[in-house]
Design a protein. Structure first.
Length: 238
């Protein structure tokens, strides 16, 4: 069942149009990967889906609702949460304070305590640092915190924008292990990721985006073996 869909989206920054009538569908309980080079429009699409950038044309549906022109707060309350590129944790607040802020919406507030315990279980390293300022964490630990803070909102769809950017290989492995665990729990994930081979390998479905348009789509493992993808993005012979 489709839980999130975008149809003929046009959007961008000011007068600069990035998305060029782009359409995607996200199945409930799946991992959907957005693939493409830097500047292709992946982050713009994530920000439009989250309500951080306006839709100039087209529609976005979340479940049975048209959310095309709703606020970001309304989308979070409905169950759509973005973990943005660059982590953007609150540096002077502690790990636990960052997490509690993630549960500020009415949707999440009543279950914040039990949700916090779930985050300690999912990210045991954060338990050891719960009283530390977020700025004192490593880049990988800050990414764990950013994902955990997004999960505190109790999303039914989590938008993950470049979650492994700049991380050491061990942390990259941990992030992808976490994605697998979250999918096994039934969470729907939309993933924009620089490590394309790993991102396609974990994807139930993937879209290749160029210049704000979808140019290829299919099962993630199938796209890994597509000659066009191998030549353009994986540095392998076509």
């Amino acid at each position: 069942m489709t839980i999130l869909s975008a149809r003929e989206l046009v959007g961008g920054y000011g007068a600069v149009r990035i998305l060029q009538r782009l359409s995607i569908d996200v199945a409930q309980g799946s991992v959907t990967t957005l693939a493409g080079a830097n500047g292709a429009g992946k982050t713009t699409l994530m920000r439009v889906l989250a309500g951080l950038l306006p839709v100039r044309a087209g529609t976005i549906r979340f479940g049975e609702r048209d959310i095309t022109h709703t606020s970001t707060a309304t989308r979070v309350e409905a169950g759509l949460t973005l973990v943005p590129e660059g982590r953007l944790v609150f540096p002077t607040l502690t790990v636990e304070e960052n997490l509690r802020l993630g549960a500020i919406s009415p949707r999440a507030r009543s279950k914040a305590r039990s949700r916090l315990d779930e985050m300690w279980t999912l990210f045991p390293r954060l338990v050891e640092r719960r009283s530390q300022a977020a700025a004192s964490l490593s880049g990988g630990e800050q990414q764990m915190l950013a994902i955990a803070r997004g999960l505190m909102a109790q999303p039914s769809v989590l938008l993950l924008d470049e979650p492994t950017l700049g991380l050491a290989p061990t942390m990259v492995n941990l992030i992808f292990e976490t994605i697998d665990k979250l999918r096994a729990q039934g969470l729907t994930i939309v993933l924009a990721e620089q490590d394309l081979r790993r991102a396609l390998g974990v994807a139930d479905h993937a879209y290749v985006i160029e210049n704000g348009r979808v140019v290829l789509e299919g099962r993630g493992p199938d796209l890994i073996n597509d000659p066009r993808v191998r030549s353009a993005y994986l540095g392998a012979p076509a």
